[in-house]
Design a protein around this ligand. Structure first.
Ligand code: NAP
Length: 262
């Protein structure tokens, strides 16, 4: 049985990916940092779909924990075919502008949204190469890896996601020599708990301005992750970042959204 490890899978896009891989028949690893009960609930849901599933607690922004998580996963399932580097998120910058930015805010956002994928991918690639597994690594970036998010003061998040897009290109080129495909998905607004911080008024405003007619659902991202993991369909896609955003990033709506909200 093929095995997929999804980081940050206790809810949101990660949980959507875990369930989608389970439906495809993969054994699934559900990583979380602090939401153990939610992660166990997703694991149980996967088991009910007829596959093996387990929870792997680890703060993936910590190099040792991220690598240890992958090693425990390989011990548990005997192999790793797919790693989805999904854990991430934007924290609102502390008061003040860039010139006042605390160093630990920058460091923590880069660690979560860029370094975590580097640590996990390194451990996964080592295991895949050692076992001659032509696997897939899928990074979850953001449209803000390509367009700024300055009004939200999410400069470190944008910079990290841009770095993740370039990590994807570089790893894509290096690891395809081992048959490992590395690609990236850049979501626009997706309805998850990460949006709880916005008022209903703001969310309605966001949704109205997305050309599709509203934000997406975790399944919209998960379906592309399944496609990218399926080498019979995606083997010639290498090092790409694919935007999934209902047209949000291509008609200037982001600026308009932020003008309304901030
Ligand atoms: P979410 O609902 O806030 O869920 C985040 C998940 O990541 C949770 O399972 C959380 O578990 C886990 N997590 C956070 N920090 C972690 C850490 N250090 N180590 C391990 N797990 C950690 O987020 P989401 O909206 O699904 O977003 C998922 C990804 O999509 C992120 O990379 C985000 O940047 C990207 N994205 C989201 C949107 C959107 O509109 N939702 C748009 C663009 C990009 P714990 O609670 O246990 O920490």
């Amino acid at each position: 049985m093929s095995a997929a490890l999804i980081t940050g899978a206790s809810r949101g896009i990660g949980a959507g990916c875990a369930l989608a891989f389970a439906r495809e028949g993969y054994a699934v690893g559900i990583n979380h940092r602090s939401s153990g009960e939610d992660a166990e609930r997703i694991a149980q849901h996967c088991r009910e779909l007829g596959v093996e599933a387990d929870v792997f607690a680890a703060d993936v922004a910590d190099a040792d924990q991220a690598r240890g998580m992958v090693e425990r996963f390989v011990e548990r399932f005997g192999r790793i075919d797919v790693l989805v580097n999904n854990a991430g998120g934007a924290l609102r910058m502390p008061p003040g502008g860039f010139v006042d930015m605390p160093t630990d805010y920058w460091d923590s956002q880069i660690a979560l949204n860029l370094s975590a994928a580097t640590y996990g991918s390194q451990a996964a690639a080592r295991a895949m190469i050692a076992q001659n597994v032509a696997g897939a690594i899928i990074n979850i970036s953001s449209i803000h890896g390509d367009v700024t998010w300055v009004r939200r003061k999410a400069l470190p998040y944008s910079a990290a996601k841009a770095g993740l897009n370039m990590l994807t290109k570089s790893l894509g080129v290096e690891l395809i020599a081992h048959g490992i495909n590395v690609n990236c998905i850049a979501p626009g607004l997706i309805h998850t708990k990460a949006l709880d911080r916005y008022s209903e008024r703001d969310l309605n405003g966001f949704n109205r301005k997305i050309p599709f007619g509203g934000g997406g659902e975790p399944a919209d991202i998960a379906e592309l992750a399944i496609f990218l993991a399926d080498k019979s369909k995606s083997r010639f896609i290498v090092g790409q970042t694919i935007t999934v955003d209902g047209g949000q990033s291509i008609d200037g709506s982001i600026d308009a959204m932020l003008d309304d909200a901030y």
